[in-house]
Design a protein around this ligand. Sequence first.
Ligand code: ARG
Length: 714
Amino acid sequence: MKKLNRILIALFIVLPTSIFANEGMWFLMHLERLNHRDMQKMGLQLTAKEIYSINNQSLKDAIVQFNGGCTASIISSNGLVLTNHHCGYNAIAELSTAEQNHLKNGFWAKSLDQELKPQSLYVRFFVRMDDVSERILSLVTNTMSEKEREAIINKEIAKIQEENSDGGKYTVSVRPFYQGNEYYYFVYEDYTDVRLVGAPSESIGKYGGDTDNWEWPRHTGDFSLFRVYADANGQPSEYSEDNVPLNVNYHLPVNIGGVKENDFAMILGYPGRTNRWMPAEGIEQNVKYAYPAWVEGSKLSMDVMKKYMDKDESVNLMYASQYAGIANYWKNRQGMIDALTKHGTAETKRKTENKFDKWANKPKYKSAYGNVISTINNYYKLTNEKSQHDNYLIGLLRSSKFSILPYRIGRGLENYADANEAKRKELVPRLTALISNSYKEYHLPLEKEILAEQLKLYTSKSNYSLPELLSEVKQINDFTDYVEAIFNLSMFGSKEGVEAFLKYPDKDILSNDPLYKLSSAILAKYREQPEMLQQPLNDYQKSFRLLVEGLRESGISRIEYPDANSTLRLSYGKVRALPKDTRNDAYINNYTTFKGVINKYKPNDDEFDLPKDMLKFFENKNYGRYANKDGELAVNFLTDNDITGGNSGSPVLNGKGELIGLAFDGNIEAMAGDVIFDKDLQRTINLDIRYVLWLIDTYSNAKNIIDELTIINN
Ligand code: ARG
């Protein structure tokens, strides 16, 4: 008996970490307690403090969040920043013109004064984090309504922010974890003067385009380089000619020794969103209602955009980044539908929920958890149609500039029209700036067609309630004519039209403006919270929180790490091949080579074209110290780390904390990864650092950048 107990205890201690070795997006402050032993066994040679220490220099100092949605790392003492090409894409496109086309041709600053400042781009350094669960949760009870609860929590959050911001020096963010069962705060320091240093041509950086996106085998040189600037004291500062490269106390060394199967690999970064506790019915709702609408709306916009982008390079540069963003999630959501269906993910979750329901209805737990599952299921049943409707509507808002712009500016204009002379004078600068920013870059024919097509789709597909205005419009049925007509009648069709209003403000004209009316109706619909859903929503939120609490308390779920929510995490795993893929000509299917790049080459193709001189470089095989043991140039490689979107640009590090690659994608087989981790199939696709350095050094001859790096070769 005693022995059995001991075995059970031992199992209990050992199981969670070793069974799920590669699963998990861990908090840095928990590594010591939860992961360090496991990581050491797998090949980590650093102490937990060398990864995360508040007071001493540690790895975390070299990891930054890049412009909100991506990750990057600091790779020189002069604030050189390495991220993905697709993360720098927007900035590179913005800094390009049809004549000086850095997106198309690549760009390399040969000295600091050639580095280019995009309009807005920031990097966020991580200072520290801490647990405030006790502090926050001791203030609330489960008998409160969710609204009351939220109000109390928000008040406390504001206090925590105030206490830790050091008089505004830091950005402090307090976030819920485990579906509101824990809270942590994060202290950040933001730098807003960030400049482009270098990028390969789009044909290399986005090689394979949407065809290869989310797929293995992969051959993409997905990287770009930026630099953080600061004032003379190293403090964050808005752009100024006097700013200097940020002198950092820690940067990542680069190891060009290469990787092999089973090598330890860890990835630090800012994964965006996972939903590993999502209930079965939630998955069903996404697969059957939400995602199909998302996919359909995205494809429609992509087709319209592409038509105009292909005709005119300046239109292409205007929309390239938005297009890539829509296309990325168009393919992702279709991949999710396929993977979740194929793997029967909802069914797997339902089994867990049935187990939970049994546990929850034991006398001891019944009062707290007895209704959790039925409440959750009821809510999803009530909202299936709405989720489809919302996704068509969001699809419209996501791709149509003129679905939002008139409302955004119009509200300001309404205030303006209401104000007296003095107040108007005061409002003018902000309004003028808003107007000129809003009308900076767009192609009117494209915008009109997107709006017409999206309205047509939205009104025809949504069985849920439409805004009144659109129910009327729906009768017309010729949306092209309708959109043409309202643009002709509206002041919002051009910048000049809106500016004229500032001279002759007339509220009647504004309230009758057809684009303003349309935009207002659409946004009102988007924000609407139907009365009949208020109570079910309240109960659902509470039940979801209790579900996660109960799953953890009962031990039915073994998930020990919190869902991703754009906070800094570490994932550890190994270099790991996927079962043989005959499309990959590499010897072991955990990497691809430059030979594979050349094999995919299709001259003048949209996605598989290459700069002509790449072929010469291939013939000469001049890979120098960047070649692998077989004399090949490795391009991308696979690890089994647990990451998601937002990790893009994250450094992949070996056991010594040296940079071996750059995470940039996940494989399509594991697309269910955001709601369930597949330890056999899930892979991260990484860019081999040797390909990065070869492209900078040998191919682009940007020696100035190579000179800045700390390169290790062993
Ligand atoms: N799938 C990648 C991610 O979400 C983005 C890749 C961008 N490349 C592209 N061809 N759209 O992290």
